[in-house]
Design a protein around this ligand. Structure first.
Ligand code: SF4
Ligand code: SF4
Length: 148
């Protein structure tokens, strides 16, 4: 159905996803609870998306590239979820569960079939190499040129 996510690989945020342009979660401490979608039970009905106050739920296209609207599902940006629990209460299929912050990463790995928000570090390195892209800020040879 989708690429297998090997639990031994390090996952990183997909820097090319448009969600990275959205405001980041405020506050130094992460929320106590984080929402995780059990994607195998998600129907892609989008009910949860409407109730998320920080717009951290994204649609994932279905596995058939020629018909991406078929069997689509959602994923939650765990880096931006504030743990409000709206989505877990709103989901008609009860397929979103709130996890303690630290447990949420393991749950995410177990419950995620397809992700556009996150990718393995290896895959990101491959993409950057293939496209000859650097995520490092350009270095200045003449010292700091930042405006005061
Ligand atoms: S718990 Fe709240 S902030 Fe987190 S994804 Fe669900 S609705 Fe959005
Ligand atoms: S409300 Fe539930 S079933 Fe509907 S898209 Fe969200 S997680 Fe999936």
């Amino acid at each position: 159905m989708s690429e297998h996510i090997d639990e031994r690989e390090v996952l990183v945020e997909n820097p090319f996803h448009t969600a990275r342009l959205k405001p980041k979660r405020k506050g130094k401490k992460p929320p106590k609870l984080i929402a995780v979608v059990h994607q195998s039970g998600c129907t892609g009905c989008e009910v949860c998306i409407a109730g998320c106050p920080v717009d951290s739920i994204e649609l994932v296209p279905g596995p058939d590239a020629s018909n991406p609207g078929f069997r689509q599902m959602v994923e939650i940006d765990i880096a931006r979820c504030i743990g409000c629990q709206n989505c877990s209460q709103d989901c008609p299929w009860e397929t979103i569960t709130m996890y303690e912050h630290n447990d949420s990463f393991i749950a995410w790995g177990n419950e995620t079939l397809s992700s556009n928000l996150y990718m393995t570090q290896g895959k990101l390195a491959d993409v950057l190499e293939k496209e000859n892209i650097s995520l490092e800020p350009p270095k200045s040879d003449e010292g700091s040129e930042e405006s005061a």
